[in-house]
Ligand binder design. Structure first.
Ligand code: SAM
Length: 234
């Protein structure tokens, strides 16, 4: 992967960035995403934020090599502290981190979110945590994508600020309100695999000498939930 050929995962994130945006890519590492967006004329300017010096050096190296230092500013900062009011950022991308960390970055950066930027989030795990954060902080999930690459399944969540709270059910938080409507191959493969794994765990647990009732109940609920979604039942 490099800035002219993104991974399918980062390409899917890039595809959600509106034309003429001013983007802050938080946790940018090599800054492949903002460089790609600048080279394809999607963004007029951008910030590559990094909390760690090593990845920031990668970003500086790649941005300099691409001759884009006048368009993309690399900044060493924790989370949304990389964004300054004069940047006029209207779109924030956060990709390749866990859902808990993404939620923490958003919580700690509430002052930046006052300007209501579009959020394009790609948690590697804990997607439900991110969706719950969005719901609790007056965001509506407007688009989602799911794709498989290199043995992993990735979900991308796009959200915009809204005045009144949009309530999501526990199924929508877990499966994605948009993803569960479409149920593409990546979605079906992910959840069929999850279902089979949980059914096997259930069989193993039920054969145990001392059946851990609470754990069995929890997994049974999960199996029911996944089956219902895959069968489009409520
Ligand atoms: N966004 C790129 C991608 O999706 O390919 C890089 C993902 S990399 C796995 C995660 C990056 O996030 C690391 O470079 C790490 O230093 C950075 N990071 C972690 N916590 C951060 C924070 N609080 N603020 C800014 N960057 C952070």
């Amino acid at each position: 992967m490099n800035s002219s050929h993104l991974s399918d995962r980062l390409q899917a994130v890039a595809d959600f960035v509106p034309k003429n945006s001013i983007v802050a890519d938080i946790g940018s590492d090599h800054a492949y995403l903002p460089i790609y967006l600048a080279e394809t004329n999607v963004i007029s300017s951008g910030i590559a934020g990094e909390v760690a010096q090593g990845p920031l050096n990668n970003a500086i190296h790649e941005i300099t090599k691409a001759n884009l230092l006048d368009i993309i500013t690399p900044r060493l900062a924790n989370g949304l502290a990389a964004i300054e009011p004069t940047d006029h950022v209207d779109t924030i991308t956060i990709a390749g981190m866990g859902g808990t960390l993404i939620s923490q970055i958003l919580t700690e950066g509430q002052n930046v979110l006052k300007n209501q930027p579009l959020l394009i989030l790609q948690p590697n795990i804990g997607e439900d945590i991110v969706r719950e954060w969005l719901m609790n902080n007056h965001y509506e999930i407007i688009e989602e994508a799911i794709l498989a690459e290199g043995g992993h399944t990735y979900e991308i969540i796009v959200a915009k600020a809204v005045v009144s709270v949009v309530h999501y059910t526990s199924k929508q938080l877990r499966f994605g309100p948009k993803l569960m409507q479409v149920q593409n191959d990546a979605f079906l493969n992910k959840w069929r695999h999850e279902l089979a794994t949980n059914q096997q765990v259930l069989r193993d647990l039920e054969q145990a000498v001392h059946v851990p009732k609470e754990k069995v109940e929890k997994i049974k609920n999960k199996v029911t939930m996944i089956s219902e979604v895959l069968n489009n039942e409520g």
